[in-house]
Ligand binder design. Structure first.
Ligand code: PMP
Length: 335
């Protein structure tokens, strides 16, 4: 049965997020910069989309059976999305997360009913890395599937089939550029492939944080990381299956300081409370807008992703002591 609102089940609340014009970034770029409000998803992040597509894919393949368990390694947001989707469909969730992630994400996962397994942060080459730990746990658990968001391309399909057509329609088929950062790469690759299918002249830019290897990969073919970042959920050191074949035309590298400046401005000037990956994406969108203007595109229009809510980072990004300990600037109204 479809309700008068057109929403049939609680899972239909995932996606179809609003797109808003960002005033400050548009003024800074000299062209229109639009933000896709992914914090408006039920789990308050872009990762609800990947969670839903991964679960539906596992059901369709027959690997996830009624009452089964979904196991995943995640920086947090995918776990939150999976826990909500699992609750709605009668599955259990086991979430493996590095202990360096925000307290709010851990509390949220426990509150949603997920079984939370914390592991020390480790390089990907270490068998104790959260991704490998989650794979082993899935193998050892009866009736469990491993969501495998990094290399399961049901993740990017969520953006090819959902996010990209939504942006295309919301921008009334007039869009010149899209950019965002990569964690799994599902968003940048999926939106990039989806938008290029509508109009191949749309410029797709990767916005990389410091400490990630993709900027150098797309700039000169070498996976090499420099510096570091405190941004959660983004920063990749390898070409995941989701990134494989991503149509990246250009790339930007954005510092935490620059991303934080946009987080502060978007909150103070536009009333949007966001996480750092959103600030880094907006900084990248401003850079892409300026580049398109410089290249002579007439009144270009750029879109990016506002990935998650800032309420998830009250103990970190919005906490003066935490920021000072990381040598990062404190928002003026908190200083
Ligand atoms: N921002 C945040 C806050 C995230 O949790 C993630 C997901 N890891 C991303 C951005 C990046 O999304 P994707 O995995 O699709 O690259």
């Amino acid at each position: 049965m479809t309700a008068p609102s057109g929403v049939a089940t609680t899972l239909d609340l995932i996606g179809n997020t609003p797109l808003v014009l960002l005033k400050g970034p548009s003024a800074a770029a000299g062209c229109e910069i639009w933000g896709k409000c992914e914090f408006a998803n039920p789990g308050a992040s872009v990762k609800d989309r990947a969670a839903l597509w991964i679960v539906r894919d596992a059901e369709a393949r027959g690997t996830l059976k009624p009452g089964g368990t979904i196991v995943e390694g995640t920086a947090g947001n995918t776990g939150i999305g999976l826990a909500l989707v699992a609750n709605a469909l009668g599955y259990k969730t086991v979430i493996v997360m590095p202990e360096t992630q925000s307290r709010e994400k851990m509390d949220t996962l426990r509150a949603l009913g997920a079984e939370l397994v914390l592991v020390p942060a480790a390089p990907f080459s270490n068998p104790g890395h959260f991704v490998h730990t989650s794979r082993r746990l899935a193998e050892e658990t009866d009736g469990a599937v491993w969501a495998n968001q990094f290399d399961n391309i049901a993740n990017r399909k969520a953006h090819i089939e959902g996010t990209a057509p939504e942006i295309w329609e919301q921008m009334e088929h007039r869009i010149d550029g899209f950019t965002c950062a990569a964690g799994t790469g599902g968003t940048i690759a999926g939106v990039g492939l989806g938008l290029k299918a509508f109009d191949e002249t749309i410029r797709i830019a990767l916005t990389d944080p410091h400490g990630a290897a993709l900027y150098n990969y797309y700039a000169c073919g070498e996976l090499r990381a420099e510096g570091s970042s405190v941004a959660e959920g983004i920063g990749q050191g390898r070409i995941t299956a989701n990134l494989d074949g991503a149509p990246i035309d250009t790339q930007f590298r954005i510092s935490d300081e620059e991303g934080l400046e946009w987080v502060a401005r978007l909150l103070a000037e536009e009333g949007l409370c966001l996480g750092l990956s959103s600030g880094i994406n907006v900084a990248g969108a401003v850079a892409l807008g300026r580049q398109l203007v410089a290249d002579g595109r007439k009144a270009p229009r750029v879109a990016t992703i506002l990935c998650d809510t800032g309420f998830r980072y009250l103990s970190t990004l919005y906490n003066p002591e935490w920021l000072r300990a990381k040598n990062l600037p404190v928002f003026p109204w908190l200083a």
